[in-house]
Design a protein around this ligand. Sequence first.
Ligand SMILES: [Zn+2]
Ligand SMILES: [Zn+2]
Length: 135
Amino acid sequence: MTGTVDAAVTNGSCMCGEIRFQVTGPIRNVLQCHCVRCRKFTGNFTAASGASSHDIAFEFDKTLKWFHPAEDANVAYGFCAACGSSMFWRLLDADDGHWSIHAGAFDDAVGLSTEAIWYADHAAEYTALDPAPPH
Ligand SMILES: [Zn+2]
Ligand SMILES: [Zn+2]
């Protein structure tokens, strides 16, 4: 079970500011994913925190778009159509309503740490993997 950081409010945004959100509740510690999709989506790898969708409120989200891979329509990748920031990942049929939130989208999160590295064997050869978290 991944740990969480209890924060009253955590603010997040994309690079251009057209997407702004607040998380009111615990945020998950960071999981890295080096799978091919995450490499393509982020430009290298995903470093994702996360939260319950019930705790996420958008101030602005007009430019939030979702991409569904053709071979896996249950998966949704959220990004800003104006500036291209990759921001969210979720499963449409997730019972728990959990959303992954790319940790770089947070403006003011404190206390997060990286707990695990997924698909370490798929990491690009130029990526130096942290040996500390479990792979
Ligand atoms: Zn943007
Ligand atoms: Zn991945």
